[in-house]
Design a protein around this ligand. Structure first.
Ligand SMILES: Nc1ncnc2c1ncn2[C@@H]1O[C@H](COP(=O)(O)OP(=O)(O)OP(=O)(O)O)[C@@H](O)[C@H]1O
Ligand SMILES: [Mg+2]
Length: 380
């Protein structure tokens, strides 16, 4: 099934790289090995029935022959009625014995399935909530990273000793090379992962001690690759909000600069956008996911390259919308294009999991380090 899904999902790439033959042969080899195994099982199963019937008949024949010779012989050790009773009992136990044999191959089959299902059902979630988590009803003062280090699956450390304070109402921008650990850093705030060393506190409360529901309801995310569902535009925007009205969804879409392209679709807000939003352009997907965050109206906003797939004009309009949204709100924004983060209250420059520079735009330009270099390159 995963092969089928992967092949259908990656059709575009397969065609573009002329890999049809390769994928066909991969698919053929998997289906033929599956067919061979199924045939083997089917052959054994269909053999099992005649063989057991035959053995049963042979056994009855032998018993009948032996019994009758006993009855008919002079040294009779058993009389006819007792033998008839014996045969009747024998007949009635043959079927249960056959059922036992059938169960004997059903059980390993069931065990094999159980192993796989168990692996999914019993998969542990490393993010555990305390039994009595502290409530976190509102966000009042700041988010604090205190000497946070992190590595995926106990591998190489991706973040080293990050200390950072994000006061309420401020906009913090994070820039840095690809793979520097920016997305990882912001993924730690909603507790998608737990940090390995140090702690993250919101209003002085360690996020590991707070309720996950409270924590995540304080935040709105716009991800680097927008995650949309095979559903209508309305439902995708209203995703995180209970009982959203059409008016509120339209208002959010207008702010995100998405309303115009949505009403141009045949069915407007009721248009289905296909698997993962494949019927929309990259920029349109991103605007839908911005509208989703706008509608949720959270006190903390996490924007990971939120405007990366927009053209300069739409970017400017969406940026204005985001600026309105960021007003009086705490925002952590990751951006490659420095024009979008010029106005941030603090810019954090990351390199290989460390904060290498920090300050306002003008200060960093004056400092003349990595940020200055980036800025000069982009000015071209
Ligand atoms: N799920 C994961 N498992 C293991 N390693 C990962 C995982 N996600 C990211 N990494 C590694 O962690 C490092 C930091 O990745 P991260 O996604 O935070 O980079 P980034 O700064 O957001 O880069 P970009 O600008 O390209 O988005 C990279 O070296 C990456 O290979
Ligand atoms: Mg990233």
């Amino acid at each position: 099934m995963s092969q089928v899904e992967e092949t259908l999902g990656g059709l575009r790439i397969i065609k573009a790289f002329l890999a049809e033959k390769k994928m066909s042969s991969r698919f053929n080899s998997i289906t033929s090995s599956m067919r061979d195994k199924n045939t083997k099982v089917a052959v054994r199963q269909s053999l099992a029935h005649p063989v057991s019937e035959f053995m049963g008949s042979v056994m009855i024949a032998i018993v009948l022959w032996f019994g009758s010779t006993q009855i008919l012989s002079d040294t009779c050790s058993i009389d006819a009625p007792a033998f008839m009773t014996y045969i009747a009992i024998l007949y009635s136990v043959i079927q249960p014995i056959k059922d036992f044999a059938r169960a004997a191959f059903g059980i390993p089959k069931g065990l094999a399935s159980m192993d796989r299902i168990d692996a999914i059902l019993k998969a542990g979630n490393p993010i555990v909530e305390l039994e009595k988590p502290k409530p976190l009803e509102s966000f009042e003062s700041n988010i604090e990273f205190d000497c946070v280090s992190f590595s995926y699956d106990n591998g190489r450390e991706v973040l080293h000793d990050i200390s950072l304070t994000i006061p309420k109402g401020r906009t913090i921008a994070i820039v840095g090379a690809s793979g520097a650990g920016k997305s990882t850093l912001v993924d730690l705030i909603p507790r998608f992962y737990d940090c390995c060393k140090g702690s993250i506190r919101i209003d002085g409360k360690d996020i590991r001690e707070t309720s996950l529901k409270d924590l995540r309801s304080l935040m709105g995310n716009v991800n680097q690759d927008p995650i949309l569902f095979n559903d209508t535009i309305f439902n995708n925007i209203a995703f995180g909000v209970k009982d959203a009205t059409m008016e509120s969804v339209v208002a959010a879409a207008k702010i995100a600069n998405a309303h115009d392209f949505i009403i141009e679709k045949e069915e407007g807000y009721n248009t289905n956008i296909g698997d993962r939003g494949c019927k929309l352009s990259g920029g349109q997907r991103q605007r839908i996911s911005i509208a989703r965050a706008i509608l949720k109206n959270p006190p903390i906003l996490i924007l990971d390259e939120a405007t990366a797939s927009l053209d300069t004009e739409s970017e400017r309009i969406v940026q204005e919308a985001l600026d309105n949204l960021m007003h009086n709100r705490t925002t952590v924004a990751i951006a490659h294009r420095l024009s979008t983060i010029k106005g941030a209250d603090e810019i954090i420059v990351m390199d290989e999991g460390r904060i290498v520079e920090r300050g306002r735009h003008e200060q960093l330009i004056e400092f003349g380090g990595y940020y200055r270099k980036l800025h000069d390159m982009q000015a071209l």
